[in-house]
Write a protein that binds this ligand. Sequence first.
Ligand code: SDX
Length: 429
Amino acid sequence: MSAKTGTIKIGDKSVEMPVRSGTIGPDVVDIGKLYGATGAFTYDPGFLSTAACESKITYIDGDEGVLLHRGYAIEELAGQGDFLETCYLLLYGELPTAAQKSDFDYRVTRHTMVHDQMTRFYQGFRRDAHPMAVMVGAVGALAAFYHDSTDITDPTQRMIASMRMIAKMPTLAAMAYKYNVGQPFVYPKNDLDYASNFLRMCFAVPCEEYRINPVIARALDRIFILHADHEQNASTSTVRLAGSTGANPFACIAAGIAALWGPAHGGANEICLQMLAEIGTVDRIPQFIARAKDKNDPFKLMGFGHRVYKNFDPRAKIMHQTCHEVLKELGIKDDPLLDVAMELEKIALNDEYFIERKLYPNVDFYSGITLKAMGFPTSMFTVLFAVARTVGWIAQWKEMIEDPNQKIGRPRQLYTGSPRRDYLQPDKR
Ligand code: SDX
């Protein structure tokens, strides 16, 4: 079968370009030769129609509401396995055998401590600093502590840096929370699983034993799985771009955390809960729906809409179930925020504005209610997102570094500024 091609005609110039097909999903037009052949760039500022890379890690079908990690459906990974199994799958490409899983758990667990000098690093922040600001600083600073895993050309150092990032993010996140609430840092314990260790580092106090609630730990582990990776989202694209310059992995992850913080991206879970609280009661929902539809009002229904999903976000459904599980386990019967969220979802899904724009609840819609019930302050919601997404960032960063065709990312532009003009002395301006 002859190779597929596409032709672009610009004025009297036309250029034929190869069309490549993936395993599943849309074809891509390889436009690498376009500028050389026609002198024109493509223009797609929000990357609405642009594939920035080739990847084998995650596949999303926005119309069908499908999310696969290395071919496995998110529903099965979240329902059958644990977060470190998903981490192994994202990093190595295959589900681990029992022996591989046990070795991986052992290796991650023994990287959970941070250099004790980090505790003094935190003292430099104000107590009321947003935990995401602390995380951007602390993760970027890891390069100052772990020089022996910053040579990106060395596969061994790349893997050590990867394990360190996955293992230390919960510790750094818990330290950011403890610093914010003025409680002493809690060290990780090697006999606890990933989610239980994180819960204990956040909520244990020296005055009494901390009892792990297995239902809550399992729910948090599942929430980590739901947030682990998501194709070429804004923060992952940031990590890939930073990594394409040869920057060390800690700096790249810090860049990803910074990008994730935005309210249009990972920051939405924090803003979504604030929005639900601002709505307050079901009878106030119509006025907020009206605001969301009003072009002159910048207000958006946080936790709704997605660049890729034009159907239900599969993660939102699992998040919704987990939300009810956690509220039930904690004996929270009538959470007014949940009542507002469920009524808001029902109204929005039957409103023409949302239907024609295919706006559905995304992963952030129910996560805030769940995390608040677990005892996390809203300022920690995006930090938890960053803890989970670190494995996705690292897996995508490794895939890019190990791509023999990898180049530095350097997009061009459409210039609409002033043409060349002569310099004028101040008295002539
Ligand atoms: C995440 O990319 C990822 O994969 C991200 C993520 C991941 O796991 O990494 O899934 C995590 O970031 C989830 C999204 C969290 N953000 C929010 O919940 C914030 C609220 N949502 C919107 O800001 C918006 O939906 C985006 C940013 C998520 C997507 O924006 P797009 O794809 O650029 O779509 P758009 O802004 O062009 O919207 C299309 C239309 C517009 O109306 P028109 O100009 O066509 O009339 O839909 C409207 C928008 O105004 N619209 C909304 C809306 N989202 C889009 N209107 C009201 N409320 C909303 N939430």
